[in-house]
Design a protein around this ligand. Sequence first.
Ligand code: HPA
Length: 245
Amino acid sequence: MGVVGIIGGSGLTRLKNLQINNRRVIRTPFGETSGPLTFGLLGGQEVVFIARHGYGHTIPPHLVNYRANIWALHHVGVAHVIAVAAVGGISVAMQSGVICLPDQLIDYTSGRPSTFFEGGESMVVHIDFSEPYCPRVRERLLQAAGTADIAVVGGGTYAATQGPRLETKAEIRRIEQDGGDVVGMTGAPEAVLAREIGLCYAPLSLVVNPAAGKSAEPITMEAIDAVMHEGMERVRKVLEQAVPL
Ligand code: HPA
């Protein structure tokens, strides 16, 4: 099925069970990727891994070069992408520790370069984005979770905010009224660009905190880290079952 691309987010800057073959810096028309692409085998399947925030987690969500990352994955022959991300939980089903496979997206980000089609030579193109995520990758992730005996919520709306600050309670109330179930800072324009360039892309989200106003406690990095560590172990297991795609 070709090489599977895995984009790692916070808490997943490397894949423990990846047998690494090599790392390559890819030059792109959009500048530097978040880091070199890591090529290797996961459960015998060829995968390409990239850490969205850099391998040292130094690039904040609004400064990730999404165009370079997506262009590079496409350039090396990736067809399917699994995009891992930590998110805040909004709806009741999305408690801390829950793994969610969103099926819809609302984009609240602003000012990010968010298209490959800038007019001129690259044309004016309006992609169909009614279904933002690839049904094939989503189905595979669902099956993989079943095989690995790991509980997941098989749908939900991902709300992408600008960050890097967390949201206000009122913002989360608004997002909830809009239908948002989880909130993160990287889901857009990453998913948009993947669709524009023809990559089959789906998110795998781990809820690491109750979103603003959803708990009496303030949101602390310590609390997030505690959930992240154990949760990303389950995410890794799902990934290992999901390839080959
Ligand atoms: N909001 C936005 N992004 C996030 C959150 C949150 O509460 N938690 C993890 N990523």
